[in-house]
Each structure stands twice: as structure tokens, then as C-alpha cells.
Design a protein around this ligand. Sequence first.
Ligand code: TEU
Ligand code: CA
Length: 556
Amino acid sequence: MDKQWWKESVVYQIYPRSFYDSNGDGIGDIKGIISKLDYLTELGINVVWLSPVYESPNDDNGYDISDYKAIMDDFGTMEDWDQLLDEMHKRGIKLVMDLVVNHTSDEHHWFAESRSSKDNPYRDYYIWRPGKGDEPPTDWIASFGGSAWEYDKKTDEYFLHMFSRKQPDLNWENEQVRQDVYEMMRFWLDKGVDGFRMDVINMISKKEILPSYDAYQKGDAEAEAYQFNLPGVHDYLREMNEEVLSKYDIMTVGECPKVTPEEAIKYTAVERQELNMVFQFEHMGLDKHKGRPKWELKELELRDLKNNLSKWQEELANSGWNSLYWSNHDQPRTVSRFGDDTHYHRESATMLATLLHMMKGTPYIYQGEEIGMTNIHFDSIEDYRDIETLNHYREMVEEKGMRPVDIMPAIYVKSRDNARTPMQWSAEEKAGFTTGTPWIDVNPNYQNINVEQALEDKDSIFHYYKKLIQLRRQHEVIVYGKYQLLDADHPSVFAYERELNGDQLIVICNFYGEETTFDLGNRKAAEVVISNYANELPASDEIKLRPYEAIVYRLD
Ligand code: TEU
Ligand code: CA
């Protein structure tokens, strides 16, 4: 058993723009985070992943960085950041920074140089290609719509951007780029940060495809494969590990869309010296049609979720390490997505939390999840802020001639802004997030769902999360135990067992709003470890489960 602090941690993700505004300009900021650290201590988490706070023109809310070593004015100053780190460390909380190095902002000085002439020393920091006649070099599509190539008049060539046109992709093949990135990482590590969450890190290598990019076209069976997990990514990560990561006691998590468990092991197996863990997305894709855009909705099948999460638990059982999450700043709110945010708000939010937090891996909680914040329905597209949502809407309405009423339903379900409405601190105006006008509207349900109330109510979702976090500290079996799915064919219950050196837990979750039963077989429950209903030890083998009921027993 390879014990590591990052395996025993619970991470809390802060999306700074929406967390807490300290000066009334409507934008969350670093001073705001500092003033809420005691809240995080109360919750009991011990690591914060902070979404980008670097200088940025905010085309993609900070995921487009124009200076990696400066703090965005909206968020404060470097002194504020130093104080944040200090205050966190005083409370025993570690700080993991976001590292966005697949691309920069087009306003980064590297790019300004790069685009200025073909023989500028920075030219090769980005990926430039001549067009084919009047057409871009290939028909690749960017994540936020349109061609992944943008024409630049100055030098009559196209540059590659896998996200927005203001996010040009760096050329990792260029050793100077890599050295500059490593140097910047050392800058933050020497300031004392405790790790990095690496944005789309499995996209950084293009070296195996670009020389022959003619061969790769949209619609190609391999179409998706060419942008992710190319062999070069592993070369770069091993180099980064050797030159930077291995010199510090830190945690690293790579955001890796389209990884399979097999790939994830390559990134996270100890002997390969790359990363500690990855964020995989397979379970986030179960409520859409395979290979189709996220906007094409499909009902989640419990069977698919069981198969998928269990596959990850099993395949990474002996090598590599899982990260466990239901949501982040790109995903809808969990309770709205997989639970019932109307009739069983508390029950379904706590059931989902139990299901995830009892698994093997490092759990991540996204701000507001711990009070059961829900999706947002803005009537007008004018109220949305997210570039992905806005580009999608424009494309559908302006280019495809669709009617807004036909597009909004999917936006309600999937827009990234669902996760980005301001944190609901109290029942005061603007949810206590700001005294000014928030950059994005607050969810009108803040009078019922807010931190102040959650702290007062001992039965709240917040207190349940708090208990789950404590349990992870108390029971080694939750961190390191073996996982086994039970009753795979049960239509409404997700149940599994954990075991370590004879310590055994059984986790039983009714995934739906109807009552059901579950058969314990010959297992003997010895103690109720946690439950989202009042529960005693079962009187018989067959237990009745109420809507969204979750129970964890310690077994004899
Ligand atoms: O997200 C990368 C990513 O995989 C996204 O395409 C994600 O699938 C999408 O947002 C879901 O709708 C990272 C960041 O988390 C995201 O916020 C950034 O916009 C993106 O990289 C570009 O930096
Ligand atoms: Ca502010």
C-alpha cells in the first residue's frame, strides 16, 4: 500500500470569479477567498484547487492567460495572493494552482511576437501553417465552434487554436517553449504552491499528427484520436516530471478528456513518473449520445454509470489513482443533473455524495455542491456569459436558422454557466455574494439554498459532506480499500463493498425517487457508518430503501 497525502485528501475547487466579492465590483476576488477560509476549515477539506487567477483578457474566464506570473486586476494583487497562500497554510490547507499551458491568450507577449513576422524568434512558439488556397490547412473544428485555424493577415498564415480563437495552442515541440513553461512552474512552486491541476494536458502534443495533417480530416474514424493522448504527451510529462515536479512534494492532476483507464494508467502509474492522477470524463458523457455534441441530451442509465465507475475503480485498483468528481466549473450542477433538485433536493444530493465519497480515489467538491446549488434557467441568452454557450447559440440561430425555443432546453441542462452563478452565502440580496451587481446573475433560489442556513441546520447537505470528509480521515478502508460492485443488475440501487485488512464497508444507494429493496445476503451489518435518513441496524436481510436513501454499514 503506497500511502500518499494526496490520496488521503479531499479537494475543494474554487472558481474565483463566482466565489466571494470583497469590494463590491461584482467579481469574486482573492481577498474574498481569504475571508471565507474559515468556512472551508469548517467543511474540513484540506486542499484547494484554484481556477486561474492569472492576468487574462477573460475570453474564457481566465483560461486564456496573457501573463503567467501576474495576478488578474479583477482578482487583486500578488500581495493578496501571497497572503492567501499564507492564510491557507496556517489553516493546514494546501493550494493547487491551475496550469493552463496547452494554449495562451492571443494577448500574451509570446503570441504578439509570434504573429509579427515569420522570422521572429517566437514564431515557432505557436503552430502556424499556410492555408490551402482560400481554405484553412485542415477542417479541424475548435472546441468552442468554428474552424480550429485562424487566418492572420500579417504573415498570410493560419494559427491553430483548439479552443477559442483567442487561445492559440503552444508548440510543445519547441524546446524553448517547454523550458519557459518549466521556469514559470518553478516560479510558483518556489513561492510555495502545493501542486497543479493541468488544463487539457493530454492535448499538448501534436507532433505525431502535424507533419501529416492532411491525413486527418473531420469525419475520419480516427478523428477524435488525433488530438488527444499522443505519445509525445508522455515524453513531455516525463521531462516535466524530471526537471520540475519530482523536485517538490506536490500533487498533480491532469485534466484529460477522452482518456480510457488504460491511458490513465500510463499517466499515473508510479513507475512512469508522470502525474499523480487524471480527471477522466467518461461518466460525464453518459447523458449524451456517444460521439455527439454535449447538447444532444440523453437520459442517464444507471447500468451505464455502474459499469463505468466500477470499470475505473477496478482497472486502477493496483496501478495509478482515480480522482472522484461529479462536477466542476464546466459541468452542470450535480443535484440537478443526476438527482432531483425539486422533490428530493437534500436526499438526492446526499445520496450522490455518498456514492462518490465512499469510492477509492481523491474526491473533489466543486464550490456550492456542498450546499446543493442547482442549475440556472435564465430566460434570455443575454444573461449567459460562457463563451461555449454563446458560440453554440449563435451558431444554431444565425448559421443553422434554428429557433431559440428549440435551443434553450439543452442550454438549461448543459451550459457551463450552471456551475458559474455566484456562490450563495446567505438569504441577503445577491445571495450575500456582492454588494454590487454580480458579473453573472445569482440563482433566484438563494433564499432557500445558502451557506448561512446550511450551517445552522444540522441536517443540511453541508453537514453531511462534512461528515463524509471526516469519515475518510477516520477509516483507512475508504482511502485504500478494495472496491467491489454488488448486484450489478439491480435496476435502481448502486451498491458496492470496500475492504481493507478485514475491515469491510457496504455502501447502498437508491439512485431514484421510488422506494425499493436491497438484499444483504448473508452479510451482517454491525454499525451504521452514515446514512441520509435516520437508520438503525437492519432487522432482516432484505432492507427497504426510501427515495434516494443512502446507507453505509460496517460489516461484521
Ligand atoms: O476544459 C477542457 C475541456 O475538455 C472542455 O472542452 C470541456 O469538455 C468543456 O468545457 C465542457 O463543455 C478546460 C477548462 O476546464 C475549461 O474551462 C476551458 O474552457 C478549456 O479547458 C480551455 O482552457
Ligand atoms: Ca471584487
